[in-house]
Design a protein around this ligand. Sequence first.
Ligand SMILES: [Zn+2]
Length: 277
Amino acid sequence: MPELPEVETIVRGLRPTLPGKTIERLRILHADVLRQPRREFSARLKGRTFESVDRRGKNIVAHLTEGVVLVVNLGMTGRLVWARDETPTTHPAVRFTVNAGPALVYDDVRRFGRLEAMNETEWALRDRDLGPEPLSSTFTAQRLHEDLSRSVSPIRSWLLDQRRVAGVGNIYANEALHLAGIHPQRSCKSMTEGEARKLHRALRRTLSSAVENRGTTLKDYRDASGNPGDNASRLRVYGRGEEPCLRCSTRVCRLVFGNRSAFYCPSCQPFGSGVTA
Ligand SMILES: [Zn+2]
């Protein structure tokens, strides 16, 4: 599932090519990926010109003329790619024909992704519900510690909640917790100030190095040009159940809770680590 680094990579790929393009035609092949009626979606976007493209959490946020905002959440298997000859678009759901160059295609095998055309006010309300950006300067270790102290959730579940921190999903939550030496089931409230500081640093390191490596491709993720990312080989625990921990050689454990797999090293991430009385 694309998380912050994958979405950031797509956005960086679209930034030099998308602004200035005008949507001339839309072809909606699967309306179930739209969050609104297809007519409304088309009417809001047709004839508008892309002005900028950004990322917020796991969302691609494109601003168009006349205050229109196109928000794309890739779900599990979504891709937003230029339909060049060499680009694999196997399950196109929405095709945007623009005034110059190839079409922009939203492709999604499983169709858990969602697209919505909003106005600036509607987007501002949605944006407000999302937590801080973990790579921004407003996300500080102190703020993280304060936010954690108000929750009794297991830390891994808390990290996946987009209202708490925006953009973190299961891969990078597991990776950051391993780097910080924190067990995924530890309660947020039990986190010491020192642990929150370690987690803060680990989240930023994990996410920014994944951005540098252009994201993690396990199966479906592709950037805007259709290329896979290079980060999969750098994963330390995610998807490595039963394999030796890269730090201490203890076997990595897999545990399912909150309907998602957690991967951790029982030596590097003991359950009782740092719990204060
Ligand atoms: Zn270990």
